[in-house]
Design a protein. Structure first.
Length: 338
């Protein structure tokens, strides 16, 4: 009996010690890891902005790949993009992760829920670019609650999560450094269809100097038609490419507008771009460099193995009449994808 009594006293003492340690342990836990990646901030940001590529580098994706179900909600990228998972494997379990804040090419903050627990945890990615390389910080922020046992568990988070974060960052580094490089900012987005009035025209590519003046003439005709019919502009000028070859561009030179009740007249036609998912490239500079930017977007499409599902188009964001510095001109290049 004395031995049993001593065992009970020892166990009670151990429990008391555990409770005291838990009581004085912090309720807020942070785990952080850092890696240097030989790539631009934009190239890294593309892989972590959204969840379509997450399982290519996630350290947890390989644990139960055959039996884990993933559900994706919200936009493809940006705030609101959400991934939910469920698995019978206890190392994966069930939960969700949603982007709640971002600064393009600099920071992403996600909110996470695990195993049906009502309280959220958070993870942050922070990117700092330094020349040809970038530093990526990945951290976890958890609130273990006021319960001493929960707070005691927080002491083990460093050992539990740290190695996984290190593995994930190394996977991300390998993935990004193996990517082809792109000279312009390219992203995947969801867009609404754009209704427009246009004039369809076949441009002679062998005479590039004639293209700009001709487009100006066509825009003038469209603007005149809209003014005569009291049709409001609904966006910046654009061009939709119907056919492209080495010698000819067949395109709709267009102006976005509301065309309800408008009857096309003569060479003025109506049309609409394809809505849904697109690959978007940002071209900076004068229009003579647009061919190179289109080539970059096409290279991106090939790298991502994406299939184009409609005519590509350009939107001329900057009005040359308002901005004389061609280096500041912005043109958006879009390719609809499946």
């Amino acid at each position: 009996m004395k031995i049993l009594k001593k065992i009970i006293i020892a166990l009670l003492a151990l429990v008391a010690i555990v409770l005291v340690i838990g009581f004085f342990s912090p309720r807020n836990v942070t785990v952080e890891r850092i890696v240097t990646i030989n790539a631009s901030a934009a190239s890294i940001f593309e892989e972590i902005n959204g969840f379509s590529n997450f399982n290519k580098w996630s350290p947890w994706a390989k644990i139960d790949p055959e039996n884990t179900d993933y559900t994706y909600e919200g936009p493809e990228t940006g705030v609101g993009a959400k991934m939910t998972w469920t698995s019978t494997n206890s190392e994966v379990g069930e939960g969700s992760q949603e982007i709640i804040e971002l600064i393009s090419n600099e920071k992403i903050r996600t909110e996470m829920f695990f195993g049906g627990y009502p309280d959220p945890n958070y993870a942050n990615f922070m990117i700092t670019s330094d020349g040809e390389s970038s530093t990526v910080i990945w951290n976890f922020e958890g609130d273990m609650g006021s319960n001493p046992i929960g707070k005691l568990m927080g002491l083990f988070m460093e050992g539990m999560l740290g190695p996984s974060y290190e593995e994930g960052l190394q996977n991300l580094k390998s993935l990004v450094e193996a990517k082809p490089t792109f000279s312009i900012d390219i992203s995947i987005q969801s867009v609404e269809p754009i209704t427009y009035l246009a004039i369809n025209y076949s441009f002679d590519v062998s005479d590039p100097a004639s293209i700009g003046p001709k487009m100006g003439e066509l825009y003038g005709k469209i603007g005149g038609f809209m003014g005569a019919n009291q049709i409001e502009f609904a966006g910046m000028p654009m061009t939709i490419y119907n056919e492209v070859s080495d010698s000819t561009w067949v395109a709709d030179v267009a102006m976005p507008c509301a065309t309800d009740g408008v009857t096309p007249s003569g060479e003025i036609i109506t049309g609409s771009t394809v809505g849904g998912k697109v690959v978007k490239g940002i071209h900076m500079g004068d229009y003579f460099g647009l061919d190179a930017s289109h080539a970059e977007v096409v290279k991106y499409l090939e790298y991502k193995e994406m299939e184009v599902s409609g005519n590509g188009y350009e939107i001329y964001v900057t009005d040359p009449g308002q901005e004389p510095d061609t280096a500041k001109w912005v043109t958006e290049v879009y390719y609809p994808i499946k």
